[in-house]
Design a protein around this ligand. Structure first.
Ligand SMILES: NC(=O)c1ccc[n+]([C@@H]2O[C@H](COP(=O)([O-])OP(=O)(O)OC[C@H]3O[C@@H](n4cnc5c(N)ncnc54)[C@H](OP(=O)(O)O)[C@@H]3O)[C@@H](O)[C@H]2O)c1
Length: 235
């Protein structure tokens, strides 16, 4: 039974990754900083283990990683992410506009979206390398595409996702000789807490697409930036 480790599993896309990988017969390690009734409702599944850790807490991550010594992680999914102060609210999109950025908020967004995927990859690299098909995947966003930026704004979020694309590309090169493949994934604009109610996509479609893209990932495509439909995105 292959094993997947997913961060940010108590709601949104992370919770749906848990549901779909369990349905596919995988062993699922779900990381979250707090559980939820939806995640708890799956606790009876023998293939599910739930670990509590904030992705910005290296000590907590090291404690979880210690429990994986001698084990194997086939797919590691860095899903946890934040948009930052402004959000897609009921009233529509507001941007992290020019003149309204904050150093503290910028660093918080970078910590979760850019630094944590790197630190988690470093913390869990041995169990990932123990797999014959080790893959490290990070949820990026089309908003991290510099070439695709037609609307401006969202400084911290866009930069954090462009930054994590660079992280995933370097990791693809550095980990190639250990047989590990990496991928930055755009899930589409999806109805979640982060995506908001006006998003066109449901979590089931997005996650089904992303799991397919992860399964089809070939060594020649390691480090690429791809949408849930398998479309190659411009960096
Ligand atoms: N939805 C979209 O349209 C969309 C589009 C492009 C990219 N994405 C990306 O997809 C990923 C998942 O987003 P989503 O739409 O599912 O968002 P969401 O519904 O807001 O869920 C975000 C998840 O990340 C977790 N998280 C945030 N900060 C954390 C931390 N410090 N430690 C541990 N967990 C943390 C949250 O946990 P708590 O409940 O504890 O806060 C929650 O489980 C993100 O990386 C996001 O940037 C989403």
């Amino acid at each position: 039974m292959p094993t997947v480790l997913i961060t940010g599993c108590n709601r949104g896309l992370g919770l749906e990754f848990v549901r779909q990988y369990l349905a596919l017969g995988w062993s699922v390690a779900a990381l979250c900083r707090r559980s939820s009734p939806e995640l708890e409702s799956l606790r009876a599944e023998p293939a599910l283990e739930i670990h509590l850790a904030d992705v910005t807490d290296d000590t907590a991550l090291a404690a979880v990683a210690a429990g994986f010594a001698g084990r194997c992680i086939d797919v590691l999914i860095n899903n946890a992410g934040i948009m930052g102060e402004s959000n897609f609210g009921e009233s529509g999109m507001r941007s992290q506009g020019f003149g309204a950025t904050s150093r503290e908020e910028w660093l918080r967004v970078f910590d979760v979206n850019t630094v944590s995927p790197m630190r988690i990859a470093e913390a869990f690299i041995e169990p990932v390398c123990a797999s014959e098909r080790g893959r490290i995947v990070t949820l990026s966003s089309e908003m991290g595409s510099i070439a695709g930026n037609a609307h401006g704004g969202w400084y911290a979020y866009r930069a954090s996702k462009a930054g994590v694309n660079a992280v995933m590309k370097s990791m693809a090169i550095d980990l190639a000789d250990r047989g590990v493949l990496t991928l930055a994934l755009h899930p589409g604009w999806v109805r979640t807490g982060l995506g908001g109610p006006r998003a066109p996509l449901d979590v089931e479609t997005s996650v089904r697409g992303m799991i397919g893209v992860i399964e089809r990932l070939a060594p020649a495509d390691s480090g690429s930036f791809v949408s849930y439909e398998g479309r190659v995105m411009p960096y």
